[in-house]
Design a protein around this ligand. Structure first.
Ligand code: ADP
Ligand code: MG
Length: 338
């Protein structure tokens, strides 16, 4: 894989007297490090920045635009949820952050680096070391003919750890997810919730910076789901790991600091947990809170300062055409039927 930069550099290498061409003349920095840096200064609190991400899937003669210029920033150590209707682009976004899917347009920065400018080997390293995935289907997370402990050792195979070190780390993780008692069980001998706990341990095996969970509680009952949510919160608190959970489960979404809603491939609204509830939740440790009270909901302006109005809002305001009047009244923006 050659990215644009490398291609350009190669052309230069072939030019006999390329060294005599100054930076000023070419506009290309001579210093290698400058190549890698992005022009903008990276906010050190940020971990992930999605910049107008677009993903178009082409199948036969239909094109689906799964992401339509999605902007999103995620801070280091955040625990957040992504919600949205089926087909809204949630999994596409997760796969992109996980380095499994390339955008059709737009940029994705991880800790200041353009993810899709990584070389193939750097990308392999990124997928193995920087991100951990938990999928909805247990069969995608766990190898059926391996025990819990063996499953957790798999991601560590190519890290240079000795078998003893791998075992020690696997035991530590089993304890962390509360599954030490099932260390020698096969996935088929565990409940759905237990399998997901082990899957979380597998995802954590190489101490990733980002844990991505795509509908991790989609296939378990609500009580189990609650316990898994608490595990995510504990891991986030204890390990400081950034966790992004895609979910349909409203009660799970209510327990995290920030909930972003995707509609039609863009972030439409964000709910931010009020500080007093953040504190209350830590005290309650596991009790559910009512999202209407616990979170403040905001609409998100995109880069072109557009907002999305959902059907309920339009219906409540009696807006039934594609034209509205926008006015500022008493320092408020008022949108009314034309
Ligand atoms: P969600 O996870 O929110 O349900 P997805 O990100 O899986 O949504 O999908 C968003 C849209 O992209 C859907 O319309 C889906 O059908 C389409 N899509 C997803 N993956 C593919 C693919 N590999 N090929 C073609 N279309 C796809
Ligand atoms: Mg999905």
């Amino acid at each position: 894989m050659l990215d644009e930069k490398n291609t350009k550099r190669e052309v230069f290498d072939e030019t006999e007297d390329w060294k005599d061409i100054t930076e000023e003349e070419t506009g290309i920095p001579e210093n290698d490090e400058e190549w890698e840096e992005d022009e903008e200064v990276w906010n050190p609190e940020l971990l992930i920045r999605c910049d107008s991400l677009v993903k178009i899937y082409k199948s036969e003669d239909v094109e689906v635009m799964a992401l339509q210029g999605l902007d999103l920033e995620i801070k280091k150590g955040e625990l957040m949820a992504v919600i949205g209707k089926s087909g809204s682009g949630k999994s596409t976004l997760m796969n992109m952050i996980g380095g499994l899917e390339r955008p059709s347009a737009g940029k994705l920065y991880i800790d200041g680096k353009d993810l899709f400018s990584l070389t193939d080997s750097e990308m392999v390293e990124y997928r193995n070391r920087t991100v951990g995935f938990v999928w909805q289907k247990s069969s995608r997370n766990l190898v059926p003919y391996m025990t819990a402990i063996e499953n957790i050792e798999v991601p560590m195979y190519f890290t240079g750890k000795t078998p003893g070190e791998m075992r020690e780390k696997a035991m530590e993780l089993l304890e962390k997810v509360g599954m030490l008692h099932k260390k020698d069980s096969y996935p088929g001998q565990m409940s759905g919730g237990e399998q997901q706990r082990v899957a979380i341990a597998v995802a954590l095996a190489n101490e990733p910076v980002i844990l991505l969970a795509d509908e991790p509680t989609g296939a378990v009952d609500s009580k189990t789901s609650n316990k898994i949510q608490d595990l995510f919160r504990t891991l986030n608190k204890e390990l400081g790991i950034t966790i992004i959970i895609v979910t349909h489960d409203v009660s799970l979404a209510n327990k995290v600091g920030r909930v972003v809603m995707i509609s039609d491939g863009k972030i439409s609204t964000e709910k931010i947990m009020k500080e007093e509830y953040q504190r209350a939740l830590n005290l309650l440790d596991g009790e559910s809170v009512n999202a209407n009270e616990s979170h403040e909901e905001y609409s998100v302006l995109d880069k072109a300062r557009r907002i999305q109005l959902n059907e309920e809002i339009l219906a409540a305001a009696g807006i039934d055409s594609n034209k509205v009047k926008v006015q500022v009244v008493d320092d408020k923006v008022v949108i009314t039927k034309e």
